[in-house]
Every structure is written in structure tokens, then in C-alpha cells.
Write a protein that binds this ligand. Structure first.
Ligand code: BGC
Length: 373
């Protein structure tokens, strides 16, 4: 178990003050990260927090952003925590959860690999008195006490509207659209699709756009996305726009388009504002991405987790209906932002990616052009 270092800095104080304390005072400080930390603890003893991330391949975000921001938030709050990555392995996911609970985790935060296996993990944790949080992905039919994410239908709406904007800029006439959807087992992928189909379907219906191939990518696997898109383009060489559900899938499509010298001509969408996605936008190969301020998501989830670890019963700002069970899950949902060439600079200004990592080599001149200073 990785130990958090206690900080009684402003962040920790703010966090503590903003929470509603429901648990009684506890004199037991043994769960604090270190003895020295315990004596300096701003509040009562906290339990341990376990976090399981899904993989490190379907998106760069999990290891580069989520892990970092969650870690920072836990350190600031001075709680003990353990963040692990299941690397796409569902059995390993359950094993990690079991180990975390054996090692004393009283709060478990998960990004499920699918709702079925996620539900098993959540139910088992709950039966052992562990408080649970669904992070980013809602586990359908699950039992998480809280859900923290973005408005994922809105993410999809921004992608659909973004593709329309790029096709309009290119004065595309009756463009054939390919849809490269996320994993069929990820509830978010369903919500993204609801969002972008809400924009595209009326255009298919009116004949303004032509519906082309439409396929899901198992586990958001970027390599499979390349194979799938290659087949799409072989079957339908006149694809004129690609709704790719995240930057990884978008990059896979761009690689295939490059082979046909179609990159830059066929707009491709994305999501996550990864360095690669932003560079593809700067290069003109990707039309847009959706920036989700992961720091806000991690902070909101950490705030709930820390409160739960202290035995409090935090209140969430809203709720989301689980489409499978009908349960209203107390939730925090944040707002996503569409990013185009001219707004890549917003992501840098927000500190999500640095100019140093983005503006390397051939991207330096593009960065200047895009106003990134
Ligand atoms: C997340 C996306 C991510 C995708 C693949 C989704 O559930 O919301 O940000 O790109 O999973 O990891």
C-alpha cells in the first residue's frame, strides 16, 4: 500500500471544511499515514482509499492525468491511498480489489472494465462494509454509493457538432460519415453515441449527410480500431467524415487515412485532449477533440472519497439514473469543452498539457500559429 503524506496546506483545509461531518469524533488516529502526520492531523482518523484504473492503452488519460491528479488530491488531504491499474484484465481487477480490502481499504473507487465485472467488485466491497465510488464510468446495475464523471451525452453532442462544423468549413456536399464508437461494454460509449447521433441522425434523415459504416471498437482497442477503419475505408472509399469516439480511435483512423493521402481532407473527431490528439489537430489531421478537465473530476472524486474515509456522509450535487436498475445514483457531473485548432491553447493554459511536450519538433511552428506562447 502506497502511503499518502499528510499535508495541512490550504487544499486539505478547504477540503475538510467543505464537507459535512456526519460521523462522530474519533480519537483513533492509527489509520493516518504516519505517526508524525497523525499528530498534525487537521481532522479525525481516515481510512484507506483504493482506486482501480482500467488500463493504460485505451487512452493516455488514465496514467498521465487521472493517476496524477488523484494522487495530488489524496496527498493534499493526508489520507492513505493505493492507486492501481488493472491493465484491461477483468480477473486482475477483482484480485486488486480483494487485496485492497484485505489491506484495509474502507473506500474503493473504480473505473469498471464492463458493468458485469464492475458490479461484482462493487457488490463484494459493499458486503464487506467498504464505501464505493464509480469513477468516470457508471456501472450499470451496480451498487456504487456515488458516481463522478462528465456529462457524457454532452461530450457526444460536442463531437457531433464539431464534426458538422469541420464539414461545413470544408463545404462538404452530402458527406458519407463513418462512426467509430467506443467499447460496447462501456456505458460512456453508449452516452457518447447518443450525443453524436442526436446531431447526426437528423442530417442522415434529411439527406444532408449519408450514413456510412458504424461500428464499435471492443475495449476501445486502438489497434483493432485501425483494422476496423481500414475495412470501412476499403468498403466505402468515399468516407468524408469520421466520428471517432476518442483521440486513440481517431489517431488509428488518421493513420489509415494517411496511407491513402486522405489525412487533413477527411475530418476526424476525438476526445481526451491527449498530446497526440492535440498534435493531430495542430497538424490539421484531426478536426477537434473534447477536453475534460480531469483535475476537476479527480478533485471531486477525491473529495467524496476522503469524506467517506473519515466516516462522513458527503452529499453529491446531483444524481444520475442507472438505466438498468432505475436507481438514482448520487453524482457529480462536470462540463466538457470542445477544442479546435484555435482553442488548443486553452488546454495548455489550463495546465493539462505543457507547451514543452506539445510543441516539439514540427509542432513548434504550429503552436506559434495557434497562439500557444
Ligand atoms: C472515458 C474516456 C476514455 C475511454 C477509453 C471512457 O470511459 O470517459 O475519456 O477515452 O473511456 O479509455
Amino acid at each position: 500500500m502506497r502511503k499518502g503524506i499528510l499535508s495541512i496546506g490550504a487544499a486539505a483545509a478547504a477540503l475538510t471544511l467543505s464537507l459535512t461531518a456526519c460521523g462522530g469524533e474519533s480519537g483513533d488516529t492509527s489509520a493516518q499515514s504516519t505517526d508524525a502526520a497523525a499528530s498534525a492531523a487537521p481532522s479525525k482518523a481516515a481510512g484507506k482509499i483504493g482506486v482501480i484504473l482500467p488500463d493504460s492503452k485505451s487512452s493516455a488519460r488514465w496514467e498521465t492525468a487521472d493517476r496524477k491528479y488523484l494522487q495530488e488530491a489524496f496527498e493534499a488531504a493526508g489520507v492513505e491511498y493505493d492507486i492501481q491499474n488493472a491493465q484491461g484484465d477483468k480477473n486482475q481487477f477483482q484480485t486488486i480489489a480483494d487485496q485492497m480490502i484485505t489491506n484495509g481499504a474502507t473506500v474503493l473507487m473504480i473505473v469498471n472494465l464492463d458493468s458485469g465485472t464492475g458490479k461484482a467488485v462493487l457488490d463484494k466491497a459493499k458486503s464487506q462494509g467498504v464505501a464505493t465510488i464509480d469513477y468516470d464510468r457508471l456501472t450499470l446495475g451496480g451498487s456504487a454509493a456515488y458516481y463522478v464523471s462528465f456529462d457524457n451525452t454532452q461530450v457526444g453532442t460536442l463531437q457531433g457538432e464539431g464534426l458538422v462544423k469541420c464539414l461545413t468549413d470544408k463545404k462538404a456536399d452530402k458527406p458519407i460519415i463513418a462512426e467509430l464508437n467506443g467499447s460496447p461494454t462501456d456505458n460512456n460509449a453508449t452516452l457518447f453515441k447518443n450525443g453524436y447521433d442526436g446531431v447526426l441522425q437528423p442530417k442522415y434523415d434529411s439527406g444532408e449527410y449519408v450514413k456510412g459504416p458504424d461500428q464499435s471498437v471492443p475495449d476501445w482497442d486502438n489497434a483493432q480500431a485501425g483494422t476496423i477503419f481500414e475495412q470501412m475505408l476499403t468498403q466505402e472509399p468515399k468516407i468524408a467524415g469520421v466520428l471517432a469516439a476518442n483521440d486513440g480511435l481517431g489517431n488509428a483512423a488518421i493513420a489509415v487515412l494517411k496511407k491513402q493521402k486522405l489525412n487533413g481532407k477527411v475530418p476526424v473527431t476525438g476526445q481526451d485532449a491527449t498530446v497526440q490528439g492535440l498534435q493531430n489537430i495542430l497538424a490539421g489531421d484531426q478536426c477537434m477533440t473534447v477536453y475534460k478537465a480531469i483535475k476537476k473530476e479527480a478533485d471531486a472524486a477525491a473529495q467524496l472519497a476522503v469524506a467517506l474515509a473519515k466516516g462522513e456522509q458527503p452529499t453529491a450535487s446531483g444524481s444520475v439514473k442507472d438505466s438498468e436498475s432505475g436507481r438514482d445514483v448520487p453524482s457529480v457531473l462536470l462540463e466538457p469543452q470542445a477544442i479546435f485548432f484555435d482553442s488548443v491553447k486553452d488546454v495548455v493554459a489550463d495546465g493539462y498539457v505543457s507547451k514543452d511536450e506539445l510543441c516539439v519538433d514540427e509542432f513548434a511552428a504550429k503552436c506559434t500559429e495557434a497562439g500557444i506562447s
